[in-house]
Design a protein around this ligand. Structure first.
Ligand code: ZN
Length: 457
């Protein structure tokens, strides 16, 4: 008789589409229900039926608010799921903004491809209705099964605001899902909590085969790229994820401009979602690390500085390119696979005086990936666009642990580990990390495929 049965329903051998089914004590819970993303905001596979009976699921636990972890929840609801959804409070707030925002993009993609939209607004609202109770880090939540109680504990993953690892304790066995793990020390978030006493670990591997070589020098590289572009009279465009990266960029400009380390130029935050997510961040300042708390206590608004212009409406957005003076534009999407950034790329990529600064993960087949892979010409809205602008790729801003730090993260619980499942990465990353973990800790490692089922005792 097994303790846990895990079905790797999504996020196996791919970095997106996080979705794991765990069965224990006659109950079924899901960990995450994310969108499969890539060259498109939502790949067609998201419309396929779920591999399990959605009505039979007893609860859904969410690690964090990124779309590849929450984006298919409304579809789950549309397909009959009606059980409680649990997460931290900020995760729920971020998810609400992200899911309502996704409606627009999904609707547009559906219209372009002539397919029905993945879900409707009523599905999002129903999902939020099911998302009532929120959980605190380290505060045990008792989950009743048909055969005794299980305990579920959320630990701070340090990845984005509200991000959590989820530990399930049942019949004396500890199973943990890392979700995404933060690039500790982060400029804003607290450090990732170290795990102890885990028997089975399901862990992410987005950067399983690479290190963030420039982490210590990221601000220096950033400063040089900005300063030299302003000196040439060019524009700096920064594709940024709305959650965490946008706030980190604001924080960086806050420090550099207020510290007079770069010239004062207009910095446009051209992202309605980024603007709203920043408001959620400001609301949860007590969740930030000590350094940031000190700066806030000294009276500085860390996400505001002279020159910052927020352009939520399309009309305001259009004013950005009214003149050719040096400026900075921060916009989504982070991988240039949609959003306002694409319009700015069409205008500024051909300009040799301008610079595009890449500060996040770029999935295979996205416009962002083509740009970092030094394409000389890219297609934007079907039109060829020359890439004459300088491309500066700064890995150090990543919100994910790199390969060395993923290996190091496992150390605190390596004495009790019986098996590690490496997920949420491209296959190359997952296998490479798996090999490193096996060599370092002599622990059995599995890189599951989508649909694999394992029983653990
Ligand atoms: Zn994430």
């Amino acid at each position: 008789m097994s303790t846990f049965k895990i079905t790797f329903a999504g996020g196996a051998q791919m970095p997106t589409g996080s979705n794991f089914l765990v069965e224990f004590g006659g109950k079924k819970i899901l960990i995450d229900c994310g969108l499969v993303q890539g060259e498109r905001y939502a790949l067609p596979t998201n419309s396929e039926p779920f591999s399990y009976d959605t009505k039979s699921i007893d609860a859904l636990f969410v690690t964090h608010g990124h779309l590849d972890h929450v984006g298919r929840i409304p579809r789950l609801v549309r397909d009959g799921f009606r059980s409680p959804i649990y997460s931290t409070e900020p995760t729920r707030e971020i998810a609400e903004l992200i899911l309502l925002d996704s409606m627009g993009v999904l609707g547009k993609e559906a219209a372009q491809t002539g397919t029905p939209s993945l879900y409707e607004e009523r599905d999002v609202l129903e999902a939020l209705h099911l998302w009532g109770t929120t959980l605190q880090y380290e505060n045990p939540f008792i989950f009743k099964t048909n055969d005794g109680d299980a305990t579920i504990i959320l630990h701070d993953a340090g990845h984005i605001l509200g991000s959590a690892m989820i530990e399930i304790i049942y019949k004396g066995k500890h199973l943990a899902f890392t979700g995404d793990l933060g690039n500790t020390p982060s400029p804003i978030m607290k450090d990732t909590t170290l795990l102890h006493g885990i028997d089975y670990l399901v862990m992410e591997s987005v950067y399983g085969d690479r290190n963030h070589k420039d982490k210590d020098r990221r601000i220096e590289i950033f400063k040089e790229a900005v300063t030299s572009t302003i000196a040439k009279g060019g524009t700096i465009i920064i594709p940024a994820f709305s959650i965490e990266r946008t706030q980190e960029m604001l924080l960086a400009f806050n420090e550099l401009i207020e510290g007079k380390q770069i010239p004062e130029v207009p910095v446009y935050l051209d992202s309605p979602l980024g603007i709203n997510i920043t408001k959620v961040y400001k609301k949860y300042e007590s969740w930030f690390n000590e350094n940031i708390e000190k700066i806030i206590k000294s009276g500085d608004d860390i996400f505001a500085f002279k020159g910052l212009v927020q352009t939520p409406s399309p009309e305001e957005s259009k004013t950005i390119n009214g003149n050719n003076l040096p400026k900075v534009i921060i916009a989504g999407s982070g991988m240039s696979n949609g959003g306002r950034i694409v319009h700015h790329e069409a205008k500024y990529l051909p300009d040799p005086n301008s610079t595009i600064i890449i500060v996040g993960y770029q999935a295979v087949n996205t416009l962002g990936r083509l740009i970092v892979d030094e394409a000389k010409e890219v297609l934007i809205h079907g039109v060829p666009v020359k890439v004459n602008a300088r491309v500066v790729n700064i890995h150090g801003f990543s919100a994910h642990k790199d390969s060395d730090n993923l290996v190091k993260f496992v150390e605190s619980t390596s004495d009790t580990l019986k098996k590690v499942f490496v997920v949420l990465g491209e296959p190359k990353s997952s296998y490479y990390l798996g090999q490193r973990l096996h060599e370092t800790y002599q622990v059995p490692v599995v890189v599951p495929e989508k649909g694999d089922v394992v029983e653990l005792d």
